[in-house]
Each structure stands twice: as structure tokens, then as C-alpha cells.
Write a new protein. Structure first.
Length: 70
């Protein structure tokens, strides 16, 4: 998983309404893909943490402990 610091997001553009309030943001496809990758990595990290906590509650063996039985 990469750190957010490693990603460079370019210059975004804004779409405003008649009164000047920002309503939308326009990103390059590269910036969009970078943001999606960061969100997916973050979600995967959360799922892995949750699985680790759940496995500790249930008393599951980690890889090292399981290999001792082989």
C-alpha cells in the first residue's frame, strides 16, 4: 500500500453556478484514477485490520503458528 505522500494530484478545475458557488470539480483521468486507488487501498487496509481483530477474537492461528502444525 502506498502512502498518500507519494501521489501528486494535478490542477483541478471547478464548475460554478451563476452565483459563483462551486458545484463540481473536474479532474484529469490520471488524478481520478489516483484518488480511486487511494480509496481502494484505504478500504483494503480497514478490511485487513477488521479481519485481524476478528481472527484474534475467534482464536484463529496466524500463518507462522499454522505452519508449525504441518
Amino acid at each position: 500500500m502506498n502512502s498518500f505522500k507519494n501521489y501528486k494530484i494535478g490542477k483541478e478545475k471547478f464548475i460554478t453556478n451563476d452565483s459563483g458557488k462551486i458545484e463540481s470539480v473536474v479532474l484529469s483521468i490520471g488524478d481520478y484514477n489516483t484518488i480511486i486507488e487511494l480509496l481502494e487501498d484505504y478500504g483494503l487496509g480497514l478490511a485487513m485490520q477488521e479481519a485481524e481483530i476478528e481472527s484474534e477474537k475467534e482464536g484463529y492461528l496466524n500463518k507462522k503458528e499454522a505452519l508449525k502444525f504441518l
